[in-house]
Design a protein around this ligand. Structure first.
Ligand code: G3H
Ligand code: 13P
Ligand code: ZN
Length: 333
């Protein structure tokens, strides 16, 4: 079983100067696609589940699928991460289930919509850190808020991360990784034109990394929304409006300045949808789910493998021995 803590993956990524994609999953085909891409490129990887994914899969299915991934891909170090935990209770239930890492997103109140205040964020994040580290599990916190709303999550308002607050937040919470808000948003509709420096604050990443050189930074909303994936959907009857995502070269600039975890969900959703639409359009008589899920899985694998190369994690799966969580627990103590 190669389920490892996020902390070990990110410490190794920092030492090697690369980033690691954190890909969202909701079903078996997505897990298979990510693991196959990891094997193909020899990459360590982060598989993450939102609260919506956990309720969709009745999370025991999800956890057992991840255990199967550990058995079938023993050479791949994988962190199983709770994405956007909305309360300590959500994070604790993920840890009890066997997740090796959690995000306590205290930038929003427990409704997942209302921006919180700094003291609330510190208090809930610190509470999760104490519980998690005592069990060898890593914690990601978030300061500032992203734009966009996914599945009812998100305030829709952008509040960029304040570097002074970031220093205090990391000191007071003891988190392993800090998600920063730099102008990205969740979902397909991030920008109406290619983002320039005034909408995507890459200089903020540089400033926060300068002030917190030992804290692993996390970029949410990092899908690039490639035009070919959007076109593939629209060519077969879809209606995705013209849109731009985060250019890979901006993510690579972030990686040079302390970004170690890069969250990608939307690009995978686009790849799956385009592939399924193609089968439905070209073979309207088809009704065996395998006939459209197989190409969907392959399309997703291709996107994940490409990101693994671009983020630099490719080739690093066998660099180190995975540490069991009880060893991480001793290290935290
Ligand atoms: O945080 C956003 C991720 O894309 C997960 O989205 O809440 O719809 O599963 P979701
Ligand atoms: P995208 O919507 O850009 O893929 O972002 C996903 C994300 O940040 C998950 O937490
Ligand atoms: Zn996110």
């Amino acid at each position: 079983m190669a389920l490892v803590s996020l902390r070990q993956l990110l410490d190794e990524a920092a030492a090697g100067g690369y980033g690691i994609g954190a890909f969202n999953v909701n079903n078996m085909e997505q897990i298979q696609a990510i693991m196959e891409a990891a094997r193909e490129t020899e990459s360590p990887v982060i598989v993450q589940a939102s609260r919506g994914a956990r309720s969709y899969t009745n999370d025991r299915f999800l956890f057992h699928l991840m255990q199967a991934a550990g058995e079938l891909y023993p050479e791949i170090p994988v962190a199983l991460h709770q994405d956007h935990g909305d309360s300590p209770a959500t994070c604790i239930s993920a840890i009890e289930l066997g997740f090796t890492s959690v995000m306590m997103d205290g930038s929003l109140l427990a409704d997942g919509k209302t921006p919180s205040d700094f003291e609330y964020n510190v208090a809930v994040t610190r509470e999760v850190v104490e519980y998690a580290h005592a069990r060898g599990v890593s914690v990601e916190g978030e300061l500032g808020t992203l734009g966009g709303i996914e599945d009812g999550h998100g305030s829709g308002q952008v509040h960029l991360t304040d570097p002074d607050q970031a220093v205090e937040f990391v000191e007071r919470t003891g988190i392993d990784a800090l998600a920063v808000a730099i102008g990205t948003s969740h979902g397909a509709y991030k920008f109406t034109k290619p983002p320039t420096g005034d909408v995507l604050a890459m200089d903020l990443i540089e400033e926060i990394h300068r002030r917190l050189p030992d804290t692993h930074l996390v970029m949410h909303g990092s899908s690039s929304v490639p035009k070919p994936l959007v076109d593939a959907i629209n060519e077969y009857g879809g209606e995705i409006r013209p849109t731009w995502g985060v250019p890979v070269k901006e993510i690579q600039q972030g990686i040079r300045h302390g970004v170690r975890k890069i969250n990608v969900d939307t690009d995978l959703r686009l790849a799956i949808t385009g592939a399924i639409r193609k089968v439905f359009a070209e073979s309207p008589g088809e009704f065996d789910p395998r006939s459209y899920l197989k190409p969907a899985r392959a399309a997703m694998q291709a996107v994940v493998a490409e990101r693994m190369q671009q983020f630099g994690q490719a080739g690093h799966a066998r660099d180190y021995e995975p540490k069991p969580l009880d060893e991480m627990q001793r290290l935290y103590a």
